[in-house]
Design a protein around this ligand. Structure first.
Ligand code: T5A
Length: 221
């Protein structure tokens, strides 16, 4: 595919949304990048869950604490995230990549491994299979893992507003999620760890340095 698929991952409140927007502005505003970016048609920002119309409805079910009176069971939760992803990949991500866009995506398959796999303890092999079904094998060209202490991330998320359904899970759950990301990063060279404990500007600087190297590498492929 002509486009490039760049994913941002990490625990709650890690700064993904902030960094994605800063990166988009930098990519579009930097004169020196104009030539190297000319092969791409535009920069698209999207997220999981919620990148499509169906996804937005699923996001509400998955994250609002007051939509359903009953508890969402862990397997149902897994399947809802997979449904969001299947729709997202087919309806939005693949068409954008085929047209030649740079797609910046807030969360993708590693979130399911970290949250439903490590967090809830669901079978990792089953999750890999489900991820494959939902994506048709699509993988990111690069994944940034914004690594910061779980407590700091949760306090940032709390300062921003009320906790959503996932954020309300106990601290042990969030620690297991963090451990999931550590394991994923150990075993996948396409995952780049970014120290997200720093200021917004310093985090962005690390990301831009990696992106510069990648854009040069991708120039002819
Ligand atoms: N989920 C998702 C699963 O369980 N399985 C899956 O398969 C998928 C795809 C998504 C939830 O769904 C779960 C994971 C999540 O629980 P969401 O609302 O999209 O829900 O949650 P997050 O992705 O965690 O998004 P957040 O908005 O909570 O965090 P971000 O986007 O990482 O952080 P951001 O940029 O909004 O920043 C949070 C706050 O911190 C400040 C910001 O201004 C903001 O107030 N901030 C900083 N403060 C100090 N220093 C910095 N460097 C800062 N950077 C940002």
């Amino acid at each position: 595919m002509i486009g490039k698929f760049i994913v941002f991952e990490g625990v709650e409140g890690g700064g993904k949304t902030t960094q994605i927007e800063l990166l988009r502005d930098w990519l579009l505003g930097k004169e020196e990048l104009r030539q190297i970016l000319s092969k791409y048609i535009n920069v698209v920002i999207t997220r999981e869950p919620g990148g499509t119309q169906l996804g937005k409805a699923l996001r509400k079910l998955l994250l609002s604490s007051d939509v359903l009176a009953e508890k969402i069971q862990n397997t149902s939760e897994l399947l809802l995230y997979a449904a969001d992803r299947a729709q997202h990949v087919e309806a939005l991500i693949k068409p954008c990549l085929e047209r030649g866009a740079i797609v910046l995506c807030d969360r993708f398959i590693d979130s399911t491994i970290a949250y439903q796999g490590y967090g809830h303890g669901l079978d990792l092999e089953l999750i890999q299979q489900l991820n494959y079904i939902a994506t048709g094998g699509l993988k990111s060209d690069l994944t940034f893992w914004l690594d910061l202490d779980v407590e700091i991330g949760l306090s940032r998320a709390k300062n921003r507003g009320n906790f959503d359904r996932m954020e309300r899970a106990n601290i042990e759950f969030h620690r297991r999620v963090q451990q999931g990301y550590q394991e994923l990063a150990k075993n996948n060279s396409l995952i780049v760890r970014i120290d997200a404990n720093l200021t917004r500007e310093k985090v962005q600087q690390q990301i831009q340095e990696i992106i510069m190297q990648k854009l040069v590498e991708w120039r002819y492929n």
